[in-house]
Ligand binder design. Structure first.
Ligand SMILES: Nc1nc2c(ncn2[C@@H]2O[C@H](COP(=O)(O)OP(=O)(O)OP(=O)(O)O)[C@@H](O)[C@H]2O)c(=O)[nH]1
Ligand SMILES: [Mg+2]
Length: 306
């Protein structure tokens, strides 16, 4: 899944559009080798806001730039870039105590609003794990949307991963129970649970996730071991409200930032980590099976400001 330099290149590629914004507006200013005047600082601030880092993070970064503006002037654009890079890196670098495969089967819920990239993320994860020699069962607990199970089944076939589904309209918790039993009896390493897209404002659907978590815990001790909230990076910081509600209702342990390749708002990674207090575990950088990267704070900061 990783391994430089291909890994870094792909991270850079995913952040291309965001980086273009920052490079055009921020770095040009730093080329003049003169003290940054208030207008320069304002332009930098605007660029950081446009890249969707979120106001609190932008304010912190600006504070650091102001404090160090004299030093940055004498040391030139590289120093300024380095300062911003370090601010971004620190903001997104959050350790995770989740240890995949420390339980068996390792049960992962994938949740989020409609169309953010949940099912695709599951297929990509199954593919990456398969390459590491792990077997992950794809469990279609999205019994709500017509053809959702078929979509997951097509991915399962493409990856060559086992698949479990129930009848359309069945209780997702019942499908989940059967899927977990099947995985246990066949000795699979992991179960990736595809859940129906839901709006964070729908209380009954949110409590359904909580019910599924209880059900999973009865079948497999400690499950779900990971609950990944998928966020659509193209939505930018507008997705923060969703994130907050999901984190409250579904016990989110990690984030997946999908569609990073299609946006100039990649800075939203900074905003979501800060706001939700959980680490980003993966980023999606395209529509095909290989387009999922484990999140790396250094690669992210380099990709944004490199
Ligand atoms: N460019 C790009 N497209 C992506 C990425 N991840 C997913 N997509 C696309 O986003 C669309 C929705 O993806 P799905 O995986 O079906 O989303 P979902 O969250 O399962 O949707 P629902 O089940 O309807 O809630 C598809 O067209 C995917 O190809 C990504 O990282 N980059
Ligand atoms: Mg889906």
């Amino acid at each position: 899944m990783s391994g430089p330099p291909a890994f870094l290149d792909r991270f850079r590629k995913g952040l291309e559009r965001t980086r273009d914004i920052l490079n055009a507006d921020v770095m040009d200013l730093a080329r003049g080798q003169r003290p940054l005047d208030p207008e320069d600082l304002e332009a930098i601030e605007e660029a950081l806001i446009a890249a969707d880092l979120g106001l609190p993070a932008v304010q912190d970064a600006m504070e650091v730039l102001r404090q160090r503006s004299r030093q940055l002037w004498t040391q030139g654009p590289q120093a300024m870039r380095a300062v911003l890079r370090e601010e971004v890196r620190k903001a997104v670098d959050r350790g995770s105590d989740v240890r995949p495969f420390s339980a068996r089967p390792w049960v992962v819920f994938v949740v989020g609003v409609n169309g953010v990239g949940k099912t695709t993320t599951i297929a990509k994860l199954a593919q990456a794990w398969k390459a590491e020699g792990r077997t992950a069962l794809l469990c279609a607990a999205d019994t709500f949307r017509a053809a959702a199970a078929e979509q997951l089944e097509i991915w399962a076939r493409r990856v060559g991963a086992p698949f479990h589904r129930g009848a359309e309209g069945a209780d997702p918790s019942a499908v989940l129970t059967d899927g977990l039993r099947a995985a246990r009896s066949r000795g699979y390493d992991a179960v990736l649970v595809d859940t129906a897209g839901r709006l964070h404002t729908k209380g009954n659907l949110m409590s359904e996730l909580a019910k599924m978590a209880r059900v999973a815990g009865k079948e497999v001790p400690g499950a779900p071991h990971e609950t990944l909230l998928v966020l659509d990076a193209t939505v930018g910081s507008n997705g923060l409200v969703q994130g907050r509600e999901f984190a409250k209702a579904a016990g989110v342990t990690g984030l997946v930032l999908a569609k990073l390749d299609g946006t100039a708002k990649g800075g939203v990674a900074v905003a979501v980590v800060r706001e939700l207090g959980v680490p980003i575990r993966y980023v999606g950088v395209g529509e095909s099976l290989e387009d999922l990267l484990p999140f790396d704070a250094d690669a992210f900061a380099d990709g944004l400001l490199g």
